[in-house]
Design a protein around this ligand. Structure first.
Ligand SMILES: NC(=O)c1ccc[n+]([C@@H]2O[C@H](COP(=O)([O-])OP(=O)(O)OC[C@H]3O[C@@H](n4cnc5c(N)ncnc54)[C@H](O)[C@@H]3O)[C@@H](O)[C@H]2O)c1
Length: 247
């Protein structure tokens, strides 16, 4: 028996990085999973690798019409939605003095507005399913900041706050909402030259002295998605090898 048998899940940014790891594991655990991502080629490739339990659907998380369409198509294909992982995000390093406003707004649109829209558009479907679990992927930068992460920090603090607000709004409908705060994780995002510089500086502060694999974060996301986490709500789950304790 799988830990997500009979569940329908959407993973945004599911075509790559940590999102793809969540998708793979959710399918192994019995869920039907929509890979919701802007990137069509890797999304389709992952869906065909996983067979009939997974489907790729194009989504721009920052666009309301795109969400409306995604929820409709997901319900038509798999039924009402039980699990939403708001995972899609971007990281453009930059300090407060010099970050161009357009770049700041782009980060907010994807990382912050994208999470708000996801929760709002999926809510009616989860209500139909008599409950659900929403996992919002914030960051260690949603708990504490570091230099050159102005827009990213703003967006990830917002995700942490929105999570609590939505958890209170959705609790009467048996929908749990929690945030996950990864530290340094080995994904394509971590390989971008500028992001790598920020991460290399931070790595010194990780007591476990290494980056995490995406699969280590998936273990936590899977727990929160499953009924095992039935009393976890409105909370923040840090997975950072102890980094924040030492900053
Ligand atoms: N990698 C890390 O160290 C780290 C640490 C803390 C938090 N995070 C957060 O975890 C999440 C996943 O990070 P990752 O490292 O796997 O990233 P990644 O860059 O490897 O993958 C992100 C995925 O999101 C998709 N995406 C980007 N913009 C989109 C949009 N507008 N609509 C839909 N899809 C979009 C991309 O196509 C890609 O598949 C992000 O929210 C990130 O901020 C990452």
């Amino acid at each position: 028996m799988g830990r997500l048998d009979n569940k329908v899940a959407i993973v945004t940014g599911g075509a790559g990085g940590m999102g793809a790891s969540h998708v793979r594991r959710f399918v192994q655990e019995g869920a039907k999973v929509v890979i919701a991502d802007l990137a069509e080629d890797p999304g389709n490739a992952l869906a065909s690798e996983l067979g009939g339990q997974a489907a790729y659907m194009k989504l721009d998380v920052s666009d309301a019409a795109s969400w409306e369409n995604l929820v409709k198509e997901t319900e038509e294909k798999f039924g009402p939605i039980n699990i939403l992982v708001n995972n899609a995000g971007i990281s453009i390093p930059g300090n407060t003095q010099e970050t161009p406003f357009e770049e700041y707004q782009k980060t907010i649109k994807i990382n912050q507005d994208g999470v708000f829209l996801g929760m709002q558009y999926v809510y009616p479907s989860m209500k139909k399913a008599n409950g659900g679990s929403i996992i919002n992927i914030s960051s260690s930068a949603g708990i504490n900041s570091s230099p050159n992460t102005s827009a990213y920090t703003a967006s990830k603090f917002a995700v942490r706050g929105m999570t609590k607000a939505a958890a209170l709004d959705f609790a009467p409908d048996n929908i749990r909402v929690n945030s996950v705060h990864p530290g340094l994780i080995q994904t394509p995002m971590a390989e971008d030259e500028e992001t790598k510089k920020v991460m290399d500086a931070l790595k010194e502060n990780v007591p476990l002295k290494r980056l995490a694999t995406p699969e280590e974060v998936t273990n936590l996301v899977l727990f929160l998605a499953s009924d095992e986490a039935s009393y976890c709500n409105a909370s923040e789950f840090i997975i950072d090898g102890g980094m924040l304790a030492q900053l």
